[in-house]
Design a protein. Structure first.
Length: 670
């Protein structure tokens, strides 16, 4: 007899699933993974995901009935359903939050009848396909080694220095999978990178490859969704959310730039890490996964050298292009010699001038957007701050405003200091906007462009900036870490890193690793063709270990010193971290709740619980924040600890209090 009831997850932030009746006409069609419409609350047709069917009549209420089925083409399959439930469990998110994040524009799927697409002759994947270029000897060897490693390992790490030709190797691997009739997911950390690489891939794979990210129109996203489900798309190039596409049979996942922190989702839930979650997705499909990077994360490299992952290393740049010459510019001595405040050392300016004179291009990297990170009254030291968040405003000169980078609030500049009435408000520090202004004054005949969050808000803005630079229409490109990745420019020979110190002294246990990776990645853009590139690093601490390791491009030394420290201080990969974030608008309530939660957790987990502590920014959008850190040694079972944390969080939320308390857990925070 067929089942009469279905347990359904709705895309709302409520715990658990809901039981609905299956009307007789739909019995054959409702199963685990089916997307259905159901009445819920005010809504007559809310989209839901069926996770199981059964014949157990609920005793406490009369279940409502399923009202419809979303056409089969958009159904989620069994494998994706399993994956979504795993994400919910592992990352301590509610199943409804995961469903909400995973299924695109649920309203559209429901309200708009899915148009039956006429078959377009151009949909044929045989059209306009060219064969990939031959691999050189080193690439061939790496290609063979990767496949050999896949015999014994589900995961292989490919560490290939910048410009070693990793993409060509990926193309050959994708081709093999498609020939076997399996699908491939090729993940990149940033949208700008996908638009750059997709043309290259379409040359080889035609319409068998699609691209997926949040800036696509809703219609295009649904198109990719359907084609991934029915198998017309053999390969998808996408950012982290592409993990949630309903692939039929994933043979291979490539996670390129695997060290990149953009793979981590911060807000809202699920707070997943796409690289790590991809491991589970790959296992569910019985496929393999290739991590690629010039500077792998310390964790991944540790896993590879200790034998958990396969490891393949490519140490030569493609076509024997030399690694760039690395120069340190000491900003201390430069500060002493010159009185005028300039953000550029003379070495930096000489190198930029020389490159421009030769008709070459320059990239200047500064990991702060805006004009200056803060303003200050020169007379009394008053600093304007956001009234919602405990951070100073960043000054944006072109907008003529001070903006909060945490909540987005903006305000006009005060005419006088509210503390002392002085009009001497001065800018402190420097962001990309200020660099742009100064460099234009110093090199008036050069064409200058800036690439950061502020200049790339509109669709295609990022790819236009990059294609202008690639075409030589721009001489100097200034940018944040958006410009550090994957890009290849023929005439780019000089790269300047303006403030290495602000990266090094960022308060995070990964700051040194991240600084090395950024320096190495940005440097990798220089001199990728005939002429050897030059990289100039400005720092007040030239003897810093990370700077010295970066000068020698010594990734392995960086990794081993960082691993020693991680082991000594008990950080990943030697421990597992769960961060618990507690928020309340009232400071006393927050202090009380977070202390009680900590005490409750300590009763079970003792010394593994650290905090509560105020984070560097202790108030955002009027919510005060405290965090608890749980560092799990290898001896504890992570799933049992998570269950304990879940219960403690629930208990705390039920305590009587004034106002609303919010708590969430962040598993493996980055
Ligand atoms: Zn003042
Ligand atoms: Zn704010």
């Amino acid at each position: 007899m067929s089942n009469g009831f279905a347990d359904i997850i709705l895309p709302v932030a409520l715990a658990g699933s809901y039981t609905y009746g299956i009307p007789p006409g739909l019995h054959d069609q409702v199963q685990r993974g089916t997307l259905v419409t159901v009445p819920f609350g005010q809504s007559k047709s809310c989209m839901g995901l069926v996770v199981s069917t059964h014949n157990t009549q609920p005793t406490e209420f009369t279940p409502k009935e399923i009202t419809g089925i979303i056409p089969l083409q958009t159904a989620i399959n069994e494998r994706l359903t399993e994956f979504l439930l795993w994400v919910s469990d592992y990352y301590m998110a509610l199943p409804g939050e995961v469903v909400k994040a995973a299924i695109p524009s649920a309203d559209d799927l429901v309200s708009r009848a899915v148009p039956r697409k006429k078959r377009n002759p151009r949909d044929s994947s045989e059209a306009r396909v060219t064969l990939p270029a031959e691999l050189n000897a080193l690439q061939k060897e790496a290609f063979a080694r990767i496949k050999e490693q896949f015999n014994d390992h589900g995961v292989v790490l490919l560490r290939g220095v910048t410009s070693s030709g990793k993409t060509e190797i990926y193309i050959h691997l994708i081709r093999e999978q498609l020939a076997m009739g399996r699908q491939v997911l090729y993940m990149l950390p940033e949208i700008a990178l996908t638009t750059q690489i997709i043309e290259r891939l379409q040359k080889h794979f035609g319409d068998a490859i699609g691209v997926y990210h949040s800036r696509l129109t809703s219609a295009s996203r649904q198109d990719v969704w359907r084609k991934a489900a029915n198998g017309t798309l053999g390969a998808v190039l996408g950012v982290r959310s592409s993990l949630f596409l309903p692939f039929r049979d994933l043979g291979l996942i490539i996670v390129d730039e695997e060290h990149d922190s953009s793979y981590k989702q911060y807000d809202p839930a699920p707070r997943y890490h796409a690289r790590d979650a991809a491991m589970m997705l790959s296992r569910i499909h019985g496929g393999v996964i290739l991590l690629g990077s010039a500077t792998p994360s310390v964790e991944s490299y540790h896993n590879a050298t200790s034998g958990r992952y396969g490891l393949v290393e490519l140490d030569a740049r493609y076509g024997d292009v030399k690694m760039p010459e690395m120069i340190v510019a000491d900003t201390r001595s430069h500060g002493k010699k010159k009185k005028a405040v300039s953000h550029f050392s003379s070495r930096m300016l000489d190198a930029v001038g020389a490159a421009l004179a030769r008709g070459e291009q320059v990239i200047l990297f500064q990991n702060r957007r805006g004009f200056s990170p803060y303003l200050m009254c020169s007379d009394c030291g008053w600093v304007p701050r956001c009234t919602n968040c405990s951070v100073s405003y960043t000054y944006h000169k072109s907008a003529g405003k001070m903006k909060c980078h945490y909540c987005g609030k903006s305000e006009a500049l005060p005419g006088v200091c509210p503390e002392c009435g002085s009009t001497a408000l001065s800018t402190r520090g420097f962001g990309t906007e200020k660099i742009e202004e100064e460099i234009k004054l110093m090199f008036p005949s050069a064409t200058v462009a800036r690439m950061d969050q502020d200049t790339t808000k509109r669709r295609n803005a990022a790819s236009r900036i990059l294609s202008d630079f690639a075409a030589g229409a721009t001489d100097i490109l200034i940018g944040t870490q958006m410009i550090s990745k994957g890009l290849d420019f023929e005439k780019l020979t000089v790269v300047g890193i303006l403030d290495a110190d602000s990266m090094l002294w960022f308060p995070d246990f990964r700051a040194f690793e991240r600084s090395f990776q950024l320096i190495e990645q940005v440097s990798g853009r220089a001199g990728r063709r005939e002429r050897r590139g030059t990289v100039i690093i400005q720092t007040a601490d030239p003897s810093h270990l990370i700077i010295r390791q970066a000068l020698k491009h010594d990734y392995k030394a960086m990794c081993s010193t960082q691993l020693e420290e991680r082991e000594l201080f008990g950080y990943p990969p030697f421990t597992k971290i769960i961060r618990i974030v507690v928020r309340h608008r009232d400071l006393d309530e927050l202090n009380l709740s977070s202390a009680r939660l900590a005490a409750n957790l300590r009763r079970h987990l003792g010394k593994f619980v650290l905090g509560p502590e105020f984070p560097a920014v202790m108030q955002v959008q009027k919510w005060y924040i405290k965090t608890l850190l749980i560092k799990l040694g290898k001896e504890l079972s992570a799933s049992r600890v998570k269950e304990m944390i879940r219960k403690a969080m629930e208990a705390e939320l039920k305590m009587p209090r004034k106002g609303m308390l919010r708590i969430h857990a962040d598993v493996d925070p980055q």
